[in-house]
Design a protein around this ligand. Structure first.
Ligand code: DLL
Length: 432
C-alpha cells in the first residue's frame, strides 16, 4: 500500500534529480541563514554555489552532535523564533540535551513521512493505533501520533508505562496496531501472560511498529510469537525530525529511507572517507527540505549498510539494512570489538534463554565481560531442564561469536528490571 504513490514509486533517476535540485537549494538556504554553515564553508574555501551536484556533496563539511550542543539552544536556527511551533530534545544523559526545532512546514513534512510509514506497514484508517512511545520531549510519541491521525486511524495515546492499563486498553479498544520500543513490546507480551490474558485470543493485534533502539531478528520472532502481530522495524532520530526517516516494507529486507527528504551516505567513522554502498559504515544524513534547522551531512554514529538494489515492493528509495548499533556503543574488551547486538543475537537464538539480559564490563586486571540473562519461564517448568548445561552452552556460543570469553549467569525469570522506553542493557563499570 502506498500513501503517496507518485513519490514512493519514483525511479532512481528521478529521485537523484530531485535530490540534486533540493541539495543545491538547501545548501544555499543553510549558508544564507545559519552563521555556523557560512563560517564552515568559508573555512573550507567553499561558497554555497560550489555545491552543484550530488558528487559535490563530499566537499561539504560534516555536522556533528557536538555542533548542536555547542549552539544550545537556538544557535542553529535558520528562522526567527516566531516561526518555530514545536521544540523537542534528545535524551542526553550527560550535560545539555540536543534541541530540535520545527516550523509548521517541518511538522507537515514529518507527519507526511509518518503517514507513509504507517501505510507501508499496512495500517489504514480502520485501525486502532495504541501509541506507547513516550509523549514529551522525546519525538516517538508525537511523531507516531500525528502520522496515525493523518491517515485517519484512531489513536489511543497511552504513552509509556502503566503496563496493566495498557493491556486492558489493548483488549477493550481492540487495538490492532501497537507502537513502542521493541523491548517494551516484549515486556507487554510477558506481562499479558502473567496477568492471565491469552494474547492470541484476547487481543486483536496485527501490526507492530517498533524502533528507537537496536533489536535483532530473533527478538522480532519472539515479539511476533507472543503478541500475534507482524513486527516492522522503524528507524529515525530526533535531529532528523524523529521517527519517520525509514521503515521496512512488506519484503522486510531493509528499511527504505525517503530519498525525497534525506540524502544518505555511509562513511568510515575513523577517517571520515565515504564508503561505497553495500559496506558497513556510519550513516550520514543531509536533510533536503528542513526549514527550522537544516542539517548538512549530519553524522549519526549509527552503523548500517546501504542497499540501492531495486526492491520487490516497487519502491526505489535506498534501503539500510538493520542498524547494528552505534559506533560509540562498541565495546572494546581485551582489545576485541564487541557490539551489544551480537550478544543479543546469540542469546535470543538459544532455546531456554529468556528475553531479558544485561551486559556488564568490569576491569580488575583485565577487562571482564559478564552476561546476566534470564531463563525462560517454559524452560524452568521443563523437567529435563539442566541449568548448568544451558549456562555452558550460552558461554560457548558467545565465545565462538565474540571471540572473547564471557562469564554467564542465568537468572530466574522476571529478575532483570524491565524498561518501558529504550532499554539500558549495558553497564560499563570501567567508565565509573
Ligand atoms: O529514537 C526516534 C525514534 C522514535 C525512532 C521511535 C524510531 C521509533 P532519538 O531518541 O534521538 O530518536 O534516538 C535516536 O536511536 O541514532 C539510533 O542509535 C537509535 N535507533 C532509533 N531507531 C532505531 C532502530 C528516536 N530501528 C537513536 N534500530 C538513533 C536501531 C535505532 N537503533
Amino acid at each position: 500500500m502506498f500513501w503517496n504513490r507518485k513519490i514512493e514509486t519514483m525511479k532512481p533517476r528521478t529521485i537523484k534529480k530531485l535530490q540534486e535540485e533540493r541539495l543545491r537549494k538547501i545548501v544555499r538556504y543553510a549558508y544564507d541563514n545559519v552563521p555556523m554553515y557560512k563560517k564552515r564553508f568559508k573555512e573550507c574555501g567553499l561558497e554555497a554555489d560550489s555545491i552543484k551536484n550530488l558528487e559535490d556533496l563530499e566537499k561539504v563539511p560534516f555536522t556533528m552532535k557536538d555542533d548542536l550542543r555547542r549552539h544550545y539552544p537556538y544557535g542553529i536556527l535558520a528562522v526567527p523564533l516566531s516561526k518555530i511551533v514545536r521544540i523537542h530534545a534528545s535524551s542526553g544523559t550527560t550535560g545539555k540535551p540536543t534541541v530540535v526545532t520545527y516550523t509548521q512546514h517541518d511538522l507537515d513534512t514529518w507527519s507526511e513521512l509518518m503517514a507513509r510509514i504507517f501505510t507501508v506497514s499496512g495500517t489504514t484508517r480502520n485501525d486502532v493505533v495504541q501509541n506507547a512511545y513516550g509523549y514529551g520531549l522525546f519525538t516517538g510519541g508525537l511523531g507516531f501520533h500525528y502520522g496515525a491521525e493523518r491517515i485517519g486511524a484512531a489513536v489511543v495515546p497511552t504513552s509509556t508505562g502503566n503496563t496493566k492499563k495498557q493491556l486492558m486498553l489493548m483488549k477493550d479498544m481492540k487495538t490492532s496496531v501497537l507502537c513502542c520500543t521493541p523491548s517494551y513490546a516484549l515486556y507487554l507480551g510477558e506481562a499479558a501472560v502473567k496477568e492471565g490474558y491469552e494474547p492470541l485470543k484476547d487481543f486483536n493485534l496485527r501490526i507492530g511498529l517498533f524502533g528507537a533502539e537496536p533489536w535483532s531478528e530473533e527478538m522480532r520472532r519472539r515479539i511476533e510469537d507472543v503478541l500475534g502481530l507482524r513486527a516492522f522495524d522503524v528507524y529515525g532520530m530526533s535531529e532528523l525530525y524523529g521517527p519517520g526517516v525509514s521503515i521496512e516494507c512488506e519484503v522486510q529486507q531493509g528499511m527504505h529511507i525517503w530519498g525525497d527528504e534525506f540524502l544518505v551516505e555511509t562513511i568510515d567513522p575513523k577517517s571520515g572517507e565515504v564508503i561505497e554502498n553495500g559496506k558497513l559504515g556510519e550513516l550520514v544524513f543531509t536533510m533536503l527540505t528542513r526549514e527550522a534547522m537544516p542539517l548538512l551531512r549530519y553524522r549519526t554514529r549509527d552503523l548500517a549498510v546501504i542497499n540501492e538494489e531495486e526492491c520487490e515492493c516497487g519502491r526505489c528509495h535506498p534501503k539500510i539494512m538493520r542498524v547494528s548499533g552505534r559506533s560509540d556503543d562498541m565495546l572494546i574488551i581485551g582489545g576485541v570489538n564487541v557490539f551489544p547486538s551480537q550478544v543479543e543475537h546469540v542469546l535470543m537464538s538459544i532455546e531456554g534463554v529468556g528475553d531479558h539480559y544485561q551486559i556488564i564490563i568490569d576491569r580488575d586486571i583485565l577487562d571482564k565481560l559478564y552476561v546476566k540473562v534470564e531463563t525462560s519461564l517454559e524452560s524452568t517448568k521443563d523437567k529435563h531442564y539442566n541449568e548448568e548445561k544451558l549456562r555452558r552452552r550460552v558461554e560457548e556460543e558467545l565465545q565462538s561469536v565474540l571471540t572473547v570469553k564471557a562469564k554467564v549467569e542465568l537468572l530466574p525469570p522476571e529478575t532483570i528490571p524491565r524498561s518501558v522506553g529504550k532499554a539500558k542493557r549495558v553497564l560499563d563499570l570501567r567508565k565509573s
